[in-house]
Design a protein around this ligand. Structure first.
Ligand code: SAM
Length: 271
């Protein structure tokens, strides 16, 4: 029997690897189980750049939040928010504007339990245990209603989320359901795994994640861009992760396609 740590929520199946806990492992966190570590190590053995890719994804999330606060956004709906780690949305946003409010949503019980712990005593952020594909549930949840005023601009974050939504679950339709609830001036931030540039490595990665509770589906530049129907994509467009508005002090990136993920931010079109 694998060791079950005391902090593991009762409903979590510790023998079934999950993207949330594998991501935590790549980022150096400790909220993962042996099955997660085993599969994550296998993935890294095929693709040693993976931890670098995950750090670049997280860095994009932080830059996007700062950019959005700079655009006047003070409300965030963070879908697939993950296990808390350095630079969570409410911390990053509050550092730029303390009036910011954040609702986190994740399907993974460990991510939700640790978010709850972290948010104890915090009044401007909450977490919902939900499947982000159930947009009606998320948008009408008590936490969303209490913290976010959807008649005002909001940023919906889908950072490293949509590649866990298969074509059969219609990721573009899912984006459209959230967009319908977003008032003018709202933004959508997405990062998404791609096959462009890394080809077979990503296909092997997809095969490895088939063994987890959260299979991954990489998409092309055109497919990621198509998710932004009804949004005006802001500069610099759909670009590899480190190329999205890099901090000025960051050194130039060699072969950005190695990061195998696109970053995009769009603003609800005014029609
Ligand atoms: C790779 S992590 C990304 C975490 C964070 N957004 C970031 O970029 O640092 C992906 C997260 O999405 C969550 N997730 C996957 N499918 C989901 C779904 N249908 N609904 C809610 N969360 C989901 C996973 O549990 C995991 O925590």
């Amino acid at each position: 029997m694998p060791h079950r740590p005391a902090w593991a929520p009762d409903e979590v199946e510790i023998e079934q690897p999950s993207a949330a806990r594998m991501y935590d492992f790549y980022l150096g966190g400790s909220h993962n189980f042996e099955a997660d570590r085993e599969l994550a190590r296998l993935a890294v053995s095929h693709w040693p750049d993976l931890p670098m890719v995950m750090r670049a994804n997280r860095a994009f999330l932080r830059r996007a939040v700062r950019y959005l606060v700079g655009q006047g956004i003070t409300q965030f709906l963070d879908l697939g928010s993950g296990i808390p780690t350095v630079g969570n949305v409410h911390e990053e946003a509050a550092a730029a504007d303390p009036s910011c409010r954040v609702v986190y949503v994740d399907v993974d019980p460990v991510a939700v339990a640790h978010s709850r712990l972290l948010l104890q005593g915090t009044h401007n952020a909450a977490v919902i245990h939900a499947d982000a594909r159930d947009a009606d549930f998320v948008l009408n949840a008590a936490e969303t209603r209490a913290l976010l005023d959807l008649s005002k601009p909001v940023a919906v974050m889908m950072v490293a989320l949509l590649h866990f939504v298969p074509d059969t679950d219609d990721p573009a339709g899912l984006v459209a359901r959230y967009r319908a609830a977003m008032s003018p001036g709202s933004y959508l931030a997405v990062s998404h795994a791609t096959v462009d540039g890394v080809g077979e490595l990503m296909r092997e990665h997809e095969r490895i994640y088939q063994r987890s509770a959260t299979p991954i589906f990489a998409r092309t530049h055109a497919q990621v861009e198509a998710l932004f129907d009804g949004f005006d994509v802001v500069e610099p467009g759909v670009v590899f992760l480190p190329l999205w508005r890099p901090d000025p002090e960051e050194p130039p990136v060699d072969r950005p396609e190695r990061f195998s993920g696109y970053a995009v931010v769009g603003r609800v079109s005014s029609e």
